[in-house]
Each structure stands twice: as C-alpha cells, then as structure tokens.
Design a protein around this ligand. Structure first.
Ligand SMILES: *[C@@H]1O[C@H](CO)[C@@H](O)[C@H](O)[C@H]1NC(C)=O
Ligand SMILES: *[C@@H]1O[C@H](CO)[C@@H](O)[C@H](O)[C@H]1NC(C)=O
Ligand SMILES: *[C@@H]1O[C@H](CO)[C@@H](O)[C@H](O)[C@H]1NC(C)=O
Ligand SMILES: *[C@@H]1O[C@H](CO)[C@@H](O)[C@H](O)[C@H]1NC(C)=O
Ligand SMILES: *[C@@H]1O[C@H](CO)[C@@H](O)[C@H](O)[C@H]1NC(C)=O
Length: 420
C-alpha cells in the first residue's frame, strides 16, 4: 500500500512539475508577446507622429503653393485692369482729339460766319454743332445693377463720357400691363434724380418685390440723350422664423430658418404668442406684412404632414391653421394635399414629389397664391380683401421644413395673370 501510495505521489509530483513548467513556458510566451505589443505600439506612435509631421509639412507646402498662385493671379488681375484702363483712356484721348479737331474747325468756321453777315449760314453751323454731339449713346448695364428689398443700384455707360456734364435718372413702377411708350409719356408717375456726377446711382426706399423701369439721360453742353429703358426688380422682404412663437413640440434651428418636430419634452415657457394647440404645431415668420408684394419658399425636408400659408397677426394661436377665417394654408396630410380656409377644404393634385412650395402674396391686389416652385406649377389662389396685417405661418407634424426668403419674384409668376 505504501509502495502504491508512494508511486502515486511520485506520479502526482511529476504532473505538477510538468504543469508548472508548462505554466512557466506560457508565461514566458505571454511576456515576449507583450514585449512585442509594446514595441508595436511604440512603432505606431512613432509612425503616427511621423505621418502627422508629413501631413503638416504637405499642408504647409500646399499653403505656400496657394499663396504663390494667389500672388500670380492677383498681379495678373491688376495687369488686366491696368491694361483695360489704359485702352479705355487711349480710346477717350482719341475721341477727345477728334472733338478738339472738330471744335477747332467749327470755331474757325463760326468765326468766319460771324464775320460774314449771312444769318442763315450761322444757324446752319450751330445746328451742325449740336447734331454731332448728339451721336452719343447711353446704355443701362443690367449685369452690373444690384438690388435688395428696398434699394436698387443702377449702373450705366455712355459712348462719350468726356463731354457729359451730368446724368439724370428717371424711374417708375413697371406693372407690365402699361406699355413702355405710354409710360414714358406720362411724366407725372416718374421719379427724377437730377445732377448725378458718376455713372451709377442707388435708389433707396423702394417697394419690395416690385419691378421698376429705369431711364438714364446724359446731359452735355449740346443737349441731352436718353438711354433705352431698363427694368430692374427689388427682392422680397427677407424674414426668419420667430422661435418665440414656436409650439412646444417644435424646434427652431439656430439660424431661425428651419423648423423641426421635436419629440423630446422641453422647458419652453408658455406665452400668449406661442402656438399652444394640442394638434396645431406652428411657428410664424418675424415679418409684418401690411402692403406690397412678397414671395417666399418652403423647402420640405422629408415631412409628409405639414401646412404652409399665411394668417392674420392676430389669428388665435390655439386653433388649427386654416380652420378659422383668419388663416389660409396649403396642407399635406400623408398622401392627400388640400388648401384650406375657414375649415373649407379643397383637394389639389401637385406632383407627389412636391419639395419646394412657393408662396406669392400681393397684399394690395388681395390674393395669396401657392406654387410648386420646382415645376413652377400654379396650385391655388385665394382671393382675400385683407383687413389686418398678415404673417407667414408654418406647421410641421413630422420631420422638418426650411424657409427661403428675400428672393426676387420669379419672372414666370410676373408674366401670368394671378387670377387666371
Ligand atoms: C496538468 O497535468 C495533468 C497530468 O499530467 C494533465 O492532465 C493536465 O492537462 C495538465 N494541465 C495543464 C494546464 O497543463
Ligand atoms: C511604420 O512605417 C513603416 C514604413 O514607414 C512600416 O514599414 C511599418 O510597418 C510601420 N509600422 C507600424 C507598426 O505601422
Ligand atoms: C433667432 O431668433 C431669436 C429670437 O427672436 C433671436 O434672439 C436670435 O438672434 C435669432 N438668431 C438669428 C441667427 O437670427
Ligand atoms: C400614410 O400612408 C402610408 C403609405 O400609403 C400608409 O401605409 C399609412 O398607413 C398612412 N398613414 C396614415 C396615418 O394614414
Ligand atoms: C379670384 O378673383 C378672380 C377675379 O378677380 C376670379 O376670376 C377668380 O375665380 C377668383 N378665384 C377664386 C379662387 O375665387
């Protein structure tokens, strides 16, 4: 028994021994693996910092290249400008020389005529003098003109700037119905800015979203010359969303241009201004419209439940939009589109991919129209005799929409009769 026990104990020791050496072997393997890993880590770090260095170096090189290019382009532009100016000056000098030659000839002719007592010949000479100077032409440079919602800067050029003493700018509202000729004859509707010394002028205090007709008159010693009329239009008055009016379940972006359905419960306070209905999730634009023409667009950001339109400033904020007599809207409810006012709904059939809704409001003429701004398809017009100031209004029940404002009224909307 002892022998058996001893031999077992021996076997046992041997097993432990081999287990132990196994463990030591594994341990050594692990340690060397760890060493390798640490080394790799260091390599990676070194490589990363080397790459970073290289990247920075390349960035510096790029910046240097860009700066060199900038210098080259800058000097090229300067050269271009200078040579263009030189060419213009040379042209003007030639013109001037011709003028002087002509004047000298005319003066000596006049001198001679004065000496003679022939009255008829004197008159003829004077007429010739005026006639020659009248050959000058003047153009409104529409590509240089700029506009905001209440100003237009008009630029013009004339063939013969040398002899011009001053310009006179005339402008009037251009409705498109009156023809230009009859408008030009009805002097009382024109505004006149006399005595302009440079070849551009900024007119302030214009109506937003309105087309104007401009004419420039160049005046020199010999008389005056009028340009062809040019038409220019002001943009619509720009506006943003007023986050103070947004329903609790809506989130307005930092730039106040996008409104999104907000599922998180929030701490927005209650106020009179805020939309507060259980179901009408609205926000209004921060603009007060009581005259003029206005155009804006709503870009639909994946929303399938929304309403876009206008409401009286005083319209109750707790009611559904379009369900009272103080609001006019176009709505999408999942797969159906309607226009709604005073709870009366009318189905419309826009493209199912309607993505940009154009709203044209003419307060004075009394209508608000909705368009597919991409396909420029007319969707609906409400005739309204407005009796109170109105503001744009937007509702979203899912996803978001973004507003686009300060746009000029698109040409194709000017061309069509709003009621047809
Ligand atoms: C330890 O030794 C016993 C007997 O030789 C063997 O069965 C077992 O698998 C060993 N264990 C390890 C971890 O090597
Ligand atoms: C470090 O970069 C060299 C070449 O630049 C490459 O051969 C080596 O594999 C890289 N090492 C690691 C750990 O990325
Ligand atoms: C957004 O509207 C709020 C409240 O009227 C205003 O304080 C903020 O300046 C506006 N932000 C921008 C970018 O217009
Ligand atoms: C919305 O339209 C989709 C697709 O036609 C339909 O599956 C879904 O049931 C509609 N949802 C509601 C609330 O009517
Ligand atoms: C709007 O008024 C015009 C007449 O000025 C009329 O022809 C048109 O049918 C009206 N539109 C609607 C929708 O009532």
């Amino acid at each position: 028994l002892v022998l058996i026990k001893n031999s077992f104990s021996f076997l046992h020791d041997q097993a432990l021994d081999s287990n132990l050496s196994n463990l030591i072997k594994r341990n050594n393997e692990l340690e060397s693996l760890m060493g390798k890993l640490i080394q790799t880590c260091q390599h990676v770090e070194v490589n990363a910092s080397r790459q970073e260095g290289k990247l920075l170096e390349e960035c510096d090189m790029l910046i240097e290249i860009i700066q060199q290019r900038k210098q080259i382009i800058g000097s090229k532009i300067k050269e271009g400008k200078v040579s263009r100016r030189l060419r213009k000056l040379a042209q003007q000098i030639t013109n001037c020389k011709q003028c002087i030659e002509r004047s000298t000839a005319l003066i000596s002719q006049a001198d001679q005529t004065l000496k003679e007592t022939d009255h008829a010949r004197f008159l003829q000479t004077t007429f010739k003098l005026q006639f020659e100077k009248k050959n000058m032409k003047i153009y409104i440079r529409e590509e240089l003109c700029t506009a905001s919602y209440d100003t237009i800067t008009a630029h013009w050029t004339s063939d013969d700037e040398f002899t011009v003493v001053s310009y006179e700018l005339q402008y009037a509202i251009f409705t498109g119905h009156a023809n230009i000729a009859s408008l030009c004859n009805s002097l009382e509707s024109w505004m006149i800015v006399p005595n302009i010394k440079q070849n551009h002028y900024t007119v302030h205090g214009l109506q937003s979203g309105t087309k104007y007709i401009f004419v420039v008159k160049a005046i020199n010693q010999a008389g005056s010359r009028t340009s062809e009329p040019g038409t220019l239009k002001t943009n619509s008055q720009p506006f943003k969303l007023d986050p103070k009016t947004a329903h609790k379940k809506l989130k307005v972006s930092h730039d106040n241009l996008t409104v999104e359905r907000d599922e998180t419960t929030s701490k927005k306070g209650h106020s009179q201004e805020r939309f507060s209905s259980q179901s009408s999730y609205g926000v209004v634009g921060n603009v007060y419209i009581d005259s003029g023409r206005h155009y804006w667009e709503a870009l639909i950001g994946g929303s399938t439940w929304y309403a876009v339109g206008i409401a009286y400033k005083s319209a109750p904020k707790h009611e559904w939009i379009g369900k009272n007599s103080a609001s006019w809207v176009l709505c999408r409810c999942n797969n159906s589109w309607v226009v709604r006012h005073n709870s009366k709904e009318l189905a419309i059939e826009p493209s199912p991919h309607l993505r940009r809704i154009g709203v044209l409001l003419d307060y004075d003429a009394g209508y608000v129209s909705f368009y597919d701004a991409v396909g420029s398809q007319h969707l609906h017009t409400f005739n309204v005799s407005f009796i109170q100031p109105v503001c744009p209004v937007f509702n979203v029940w899912n996803k978001c929409l973004t507003i686009l404002t300060g746009l000029p009224i698109p040409d194709h909307l000017e061309a069509v009769e709003p009621h047809s």
